[in-house]
Design a protein around this ligand. Structure first.
Ligand code: HAM
Length: 433
C-alpha cells in the first residue's frame, strides 16, 4: 500500500527545485551586496518564543502552530516564521557586540496549520532578511530598496509593494481606542473572532478575512491620521528615500500584518497570478521585539518572501521549470565495455561535465531511446569494437551522425570537447561548399 504525503506538505521535484535554487542564489547574491550574512536557524524552538513575539491573539499562535510536548515534557513548536528565531539567536549570541548593526538573511521551511489551497501550504519556504540595531528611516529605505532589487532580480514583473505606518508606543494607544470605538459601533455584525478580539487586539479587526468584516473595513480609522509627529517624520523620510531610488510604494492605510511585533513601517508585496493568496512577501519594523525577548533596547526591521508563491508568479508569467540536461550520455554494450565506461564517466564528472551513464546489459536501442528522451546532445557509445580499438564512438544526436574513433577511451573532457568542436566546424564548412 502506498503511503501518501501529509496534506499541506509537498515534495519539490527536480524541475521545480531548480527554479527554487535560482531564486535562492539570486537572493544570496543580492543580500551579500547589501552586506548581509546568512544565519542558519533551527526549525524547532520553545513555544514561548512565538507566543511572546508573534502574539497570543494572532491567528498563527491561536490556531496554526505545530506545537508538541517533547519526551522530557518541554513545550516545543515547529517555527511558523523566522523573525522570532533570528532575534532569539541575536540575543543568545549577543551579536550587538560584533557590530552595532546586525544584518542577517535566511532560507528555510516554516510551518503553519492553515487550510491548504493554491499558494497556501502547511510547510512552506521563506527567503527572509532582518536588520537589527538601528531605528533610522534610512534602514527602512535600505530594506525596501533591497526588496525591490530582489523582485527585479527574480524577474517578477507584476509586484507591487504596499506600505503603511503602524505607529509606536506613543501614538498606537490612541489609535487602538479609535479602533475599539469603531469596532463597537457595529459589533453584532462582526465575526465571532473579531467580537472576541475587539478589546484584546483591535488591530486584528483590520486583517480579518471574513466577508462581513472585510466589507466594513473602509470606514475604519487610519493609523496615519493618528500617528505622532515622530512616526510621521520617520514614514515621510522612508517614502522620500525610496522615491529617490525609483522604488514605487503604494499607501495601504489598513494594512496591519498578521503578526503583533510590528511598529512604524510595515509593508506587503502582492503580485498577480496567485489568486486569493496574493501576498508574496511582507515585513516591517519591530522596535520593541529584541528587548521583549531579553535583549538590549535595539530596533529591528525585516521581511520574508514565500518561495512557493514566488515560483507560482514566475510560472504564471510563463517561465517554464527547466530540467538540467546532461552534456554526455555514456552507452556501454556488454560487461567489458561497462567497466571502461564506468571509468570514463567518472573522469568526465570529476572534470566538471554533467554525465549520465546507462547499464551495459541494456540494448543500444533502449539506451538511445533514453538518451533521446533526456535531450542529451552527445551519446558516447562503447561497444566491443571500441573497447578492442581503445577509442570511443560519439553520436551527435542533433546532426544524427556517428563519429568513430573520435577520441581515446581514456580521453579527458577538454580533448573530447575540442574533437567534437572540430568535427562541427568541418561539417559546417562542408555544408557551405
Ligand atoms: P508573513 O507575512 O507571515 O511574515 O509571511 C511572509 C510570506 O510567507 C508571505 O507573504 C507568504 O508569501 C509566505 N507565507 C506565509 N504563510 C504561508 C503559507 N501558509 N503558505 C505559503 N506561503 C506562506 C513573516 O513571516 C514575517 N516573519 C516577515 C518578517 C521578517 N517581518 C519582519 N521580518
Amino acid at each position: 500500500m502506498k503511503i501518501p504525503s501529509v496534506k499541506g506538505f509537498h515534495d519539490v521535484l527536480p524541475g521545480e527545485s531548480a527554479r527554487w535554487a535560482r531564486l535562492e542564489s539570486t537572493a544570496r547574491e543580492i543580500f551579500e551586496r547589501y552586506n548581509f550574512g546568512e544565519i542558519r536557524l533551527p526549525i524547532v524552538e520553545r513555544s514561548e518564543l512565538f507566543r511572546r513575539s508573534v502574539g497570543e491573539t494572532t491567528d498563527i499562535v491561536e490556531k496554526e502552530m505545530y506545537t508538541f510536548s517533547d519526551r522530557d515534557g518541554s513545550d516545543l513548536t515547529l517555527r511558523p516564521e523566522g523573525t522570532a528565531s533570528a532575534v532569539r539567536a541575536y540575543v543568545e549570541h549577543a551579536m550587538q557586540g560584533v557590530d552595532p548593526v546586525t544584518k542577517l538573511y535566511y532560507f528555510g521551511p516554516m510551518f503553519r496549520r492553515e487550510r491548504p489551497q493554491k499558494g497556501r501550504l502547511r510547510q512552506f519556504s521563506q527567503i527572509g532578511a532582518e536588520v537589527i540595531g538601528r531605528d533610522d528611516p534610512a534602514v527602512d529605505a535600505e530594506v525596501l530598496v533591497m526588496l525591490a532589487d530582489l523582485l527585479r532580480g527574480f524577474g517578477i514583473e507584476s509586484a507591487e509593494i504596499g506600505v503603511n505606518t503602524l505607529g509606536c508606543a506613543e501614538c498606537r494607544p490612541g489609535y487602538r481606542e479609535a479602533l475599539v470605538a469603531w469596532g463597537e459601533s457595529r459589533l453584532d455584525e462582526r465575526c465571532a473572532d473579531c467580537q472576541r478580539r475587539l478589546r484584546q487586539n483591535p488591530m486584528r479587526l483590520l486583517d480579518c478575512k471574513q466577508p462581513q468584516c472585510v466589507g466594513m473595513r473602509d470606514e475604519a480609522p487610519k493609523m496615519i491620521d493618528h500617528a505622532c509627529a515622530a512616526c510621521r517624520n520617520h514614514f515621510d523620510r522612508v517614502l522620500r528615500l525610496c522615491d529617490a531610488e525609483g522604488v514605487a510604494l503604494t499607501m495601504q492605510p489598513y494594512m496591519v500584518r498578521g503578526l503583533d511585533y510590528y511598529c512604524r513601517t510595515a509593508f506587503e508585496v502582492v503580485a498577480s497570478g496567485l489568486g486569493s493568496q496574493n501576498a508574496v512577501g511582507g515585513g516591517g519594523r519591530y522596535d520593541g521585539l529584541v528587548q521583549s525577548l531579553g535583549g538590549p533596547a535595539v530596533a529591528g526591521i525585516g521581511f520574508a518572501l514565500g518561495v512557493e508563491r514566488l515560483a507560482l508568479v514566475l510560472e504564471a508569467q510563463g517561465a517554464a521549470a527547466t530540467t538540467a540536461v546532461p552534456e554526455f550520455f555514456v552507452a556501454p554494450l556488454g560487461e567489458a565495455a561497462e567497466s571502461a565506461a564506468f571509468g570514463l564517466t567518472h573522469r568526465l564528472r570529476v572534470a566538471g561535465a554533467r554525465v549520465e551513464m546507462d547499464s551495459g546489459s541494456r540494448s543500444l536501442k533502449s539506451q538511445m531511446r533514453r538518451a533521446g528522451k533526456l535531450d542529451v546532445p552527445y551519446v558516447i557509445i562503447l561497444g566491443e569494437d571500441e573497447v578492442a580499438g581503445g577509442s570511443i564512438t560519439v553520436r551527435d544526436m542533433r546532426a544524427r551522425t556517428d563519429r568513430r574513433g573520435i577520441a581515446p577511451i581514456d580521453t579527458d573532457v577538454e580533448t573530447l570537447r575540442a574533437a567534437l568542436a572540430a568535427v562541427a566546424t568541418t561539417a559546417a564548412a562542408e555544408e557551405r561548399v
